[in-house]
Design a protein around this ligand. Sequence first.
Ligand code: 5GP
Length: 179
Amino acid sequence: MLNQDVEKVIFTEEQIRNRCEELGKQIDSDYADQPPILVGLLKGSIPFMVELMKHISSKIQIDFMDVTSYSGTRSVGDVKILKDLDRSIIGENVLIVEDIVDTGKTLAKVKEMLYSKGAKDVKIIALLDKEEGRLIDIKSDYVAFKCPNEFVIGFGLDYNQDYRNLPYVGVLKEELYKE
Ligand code: 5GP
């Protein structure tokens, strides 16, 4: 079972649900004039998107993008779109939903792309923020939890595509990385 591979739990299912409830209320109040379109970045954002949207009462829509980033010598790597948005975002408030912000490279590029598609405003909400990992000066507007500088899995976050279905965020046992 997946649980046996986990060294420690960092954020429990209950803690995540409680934070999503707080964030949902905050989004309702911050976007009272024009509710946002939530744009989830596949695949890691799925559980967070599901939990968060349950706690937003305004009339919102959701969409997804799938991007891969190439790190190169440039400060911001290139991002290739694997799945683009289904709808137009011209004149809309967009809230990017991300699992974790580490270097910030992916989000910087996606944010730029969404503005170039005509969004009025683009903000970021992340389940986890690893502030120590940042290489690009980009801020998450909303963060559920600050994340210690460890490799975490669960609640959408993977290790070689596994562990996304864990209902909490945790750290993998070290021997599993070294295989
Ligand atoms: P960055 O901010 O470096 O552009 O990229 C963030 C992406 O790196 C996340 O969406 C996630 O896929 C991956 N990532 C960064 N840190 C971690 C981590 O601790 N665990 C997992 N599973 N993925 C991570």
